[in-house]
Design a binder for this molecule. Structure first.
Ligand code: HAS
Ligand code: HEM
Ligand code: CU
Length: 573
């Protein structure tokens, strides 16, 4: 029997029209800022793909006029795409969704204050980035040193995301007080869990930047310990990948079944998945540091096992969302073991974007497990394999999903329309194909030993003479061209849509695409199954998550601090 997720709870009261318009406006500002950053960031990508295709464009007059070096471009690319685009998109999306799902009012002044602060941080950090005073790559490892403005801007920008956490958690707690004994609706539950995970994760980078890098870059202290900084960075740096991908999971679980014409399989299972992410996303960061000294093999191995454990909620997601898709396809008359897939609406970009993103993530996730295995890691660490891995995770699983979301969210927020569904569809498919070719080329080059983060097209290719790298290089170069074409199509659709005239208020023509549910979590905690009851107290679970991180990082950091070796900064580029 079909059960609607709306039937399982009271439909939230839509607050008054002026408030709703304000909420949509602040959300729109976040989303548009995000895509402006992606637009600039993505344009640099094909230049780098050509580099990994053996073609050096960095000596041409146009590029020389725009970028001081390969590394200035790479710093902009990494920061704008991976840090700015994601954070702004998520801050808008995961503020709007719980506000609508719970039907709670938020303080609009505070919401605007947060947006403006985040943007101010971004602008302050942009100055040194654009003037080649923060060419540090998006990981900004010391002893490479940049202008203090970069660290201060970054701290303000990232710090602002914690204000969004505060606002969402506060909204949820007010809802809990007003609705005692009730089960938190699914989309709000996933959003709050994601934000709480981020609140644990962000502590590492905030500590690094505020207490180590800012004082050092201002000259208040003479040196900084590179290994302590790097360890604090990866405390945040691994978990941040789940901050990027969980909002995509929210869309895969809650909205994709609707786009496909199917149902969510099990709300209790989704809740379990998100609690596993809350508990286990952070204490795994040492899998980025297998090659680093002064961290014992015991701790590296513990983090490795915890990494394998954190793959499980993604596997649950894979099978659960696949079941939603099969449910949808069979409802449309799909038949056979695999033949049902043909019945899915492949020409609909709001559907194809998240599904192709998921397909890329099957391979991205498998590669991640290779990276995490300490026996394989030395083969691929710091090679082109790694950018291969993360362009089919953050570069596709996340980015293509967010692009797909924009195609219904912008019409929903603004009442405007996509200028061309066919063009949007072509953009989605070419992004997927381009990234698959890119990933093939880059993983392959990595296995041959081509390093990441190198202007290899300018070095003597004879280094790899005994290795057949012509084929993977050719694949990588071609992928850069496909992706450039794809990006041009997508941004044409997006900007044409944003600059077009409003057709209606979007509330009715493009409602939030909630899906029906096969197995609901129910409305009331009393009598709900154990999985629902044990996953509801997110604040207590947040405390457990914090404790786990302190246990898994405390002894590691204590040893590093005991052997601290502060060094002065270097300016390389
Ligand atoms: Fe990773 C490095 C391990 C996931 C991003 N990763 C990176 C870096 C980035 C990144 C940016 O252990 C580079 C950092 C740097 O600059 O140095 N990663 C993992 C593991 C996972 C993982 C174990 N990574 C991600 C995600 C990212 C991301 C998610 C961004 C969004 N990664 C590593 C390691 C390194 C690393 C090492 C360091 C390497 C080194 O040596 O430096 C896991 O979370 C993956 C679990 C995922 C799965 C897949 C589930 C599949 C799903 C889709 C199903 C599809 C369906 C569609 C149903 C097990 C959910 C069906 C379709 C139909 C038509 C039916
Ligand atoms: C690095 C290409 C889009 C995030 C790279 C590299 C290449 C590349 C070749 C490796 C550079 C090196 O290691 O020297 C492209 C192309 C894109 C694209 C052709 C599409 C047109 C994206 C997107 C994201 C992203 C959408 C994330 C949302 C990153 C990050 C790095 C990177 C974080 C690492 C920077 C570093 O090592 O410091 N990209 N990229 N890229 N890319 Fe992309
Ligand atoms: Cu990681």
């Amino acid at each position: 029997s079909k059960q609607s997720s709306h039937a399982a709870r009271e439909t939230p009261v839509i607050p008054d029209a002026a408030y709703l318009a304000g909420l949509k406006k602040v959300t729109q500002y976040y989303i548009v800022t995000a895509f402006l950053a992606l637009f600039i960031g993505v344009l640099i990508g094909p230049l780098q793909a050509l580099n990994y295709g053996g073609i050096n464009v960095y000596d041409t007059p146009i590029i020389k006029g725009l970028l001081k070096s390969y590394y200035q471009g790479l710093s902009l690319h990494g920061v704008l795409n991976a840090l700015v685009f994601t954070q702004f998109f998520i801050s808008g999306f995961l503020l709007y969704l719980p506000a609508r799902d719970l039907g709670m009012r938020i303080n609009m002044k505070f919401a605007w204050f947060t947006y403006i602060l985040m943007t101010a941080g971004l602008l302050v950090a942009a100055v040194p980035l654009l003037t080649n005073n923060a060419t540090l790559l998006y990981t900004f490892y010391p002893p490479m040193e940049g202008s203090p403005l970069f660290y201060i801007g970054a701290a303000v920008m990232v710090g602002s995301s914690l204000l969004v956490v505060g606002q969402v958690v506060n909204m949820w707690m007010r809802w809990k007080r007003a609705n005692p004994g009730r089960v938190t609706p699914l989309v709000a539950f996933m959003s709050v869990a994601t934000w709480m995970m981020w609140a644990v994760a962000a502590l590492g980078i905030v500590t690094e930047v505020v207490f180590l890098l800012i004082p050092w870059s201002l000259g208040w202290v003479a040196g900084v310990d590179p290994l302590i900084s790097k360890t604090l960075f990866w405390w945040t740096g691994h978990a941040i990948v789940y901050f990027w991908v969980l909002p995509a999971y929210i869309a895969w679980y809650a909205f994709l079944p609707n786009h496909a014409g199917g149902r969510i399989v099990s709300e209790p299972l989704v809740r379990l998945t998100f609690v596993m992410f809350l508990l286990n996303s952070t204490p795994v960061g040492l899998h980025h540091q297998y090659a680093d000294p002064n961290i014992s093999a015991t701790w590296k191995t513990m983090h490795m096992f915890l990494t394998f454990l954190i793959a499980i909620p993604s596997l649950l997601t894979a099978f659960s969302v696949a079941a939603s898709l099969e449910d949808a396809a069979r409802a449309r008359g799909g038949r056979g073991l695999f033949g049902w897939m043909l019945k899915l609406p492949w020409g609909k970009p709001t559907f194809s974007a998240p599904v192709l993103a998921m397909v890329s993530f099957i391979l991205g996730g498998a590669g991640g497990i290779v990276n995490a295995s300490s026996t394989f890691a030395p083969v691929i660490h710091n090679t082109a394999w790694i950018p291969g891995h993360f362009h089919i995770t953050v570069g596709t699983a996340t980015t293509l999903t967010f692009m797909g979301i924009s195609l219904w969210l912008i019409p929903h927020l603004t009442g405007k329309r996509m200028p061309s569904v066919r063009l949007a569809s072509a953009a989605v498919w070419t992004w997927f194909i381009g990234m698959m070719v890119f990933a093939l080329g880059m993983h392959w080059e990595g296995l041959v030993g081509v390093p990441r983060r190198a202007l290899i097209s300018a070095t003597a290719q004879s280094v790899y003479r005994d290795m057949p790298i012509q084929i993977p290089q050719m694949l990588t170069a071609i992928s850069g061209v496909i992706l450039l074409v794809s990006a041009v199509m997508y941004f044409y659709v997006l900007f044409r849509m944003l600059l077009s005239r409003r057709v209606d208020d979007g509330e009715v023509s493009f409602p939030i695409p909630y899906s029906e549910v096969i197995s609901s979590a129910g409305r009331n905690l009393a009598g709900a199954n154990a999985l629902v009851r044990y996953t509801e107290p997110l604040l207590a679970l947040w405390g457990v998550a914090l404790l786990l991180v302190l246990l898994m990082y405390g002894p590691v950091l204590a040893r590093l601090f005991a052997n601290a070796e502060p060094v002065p900064g270097w300016r390389l580029y």
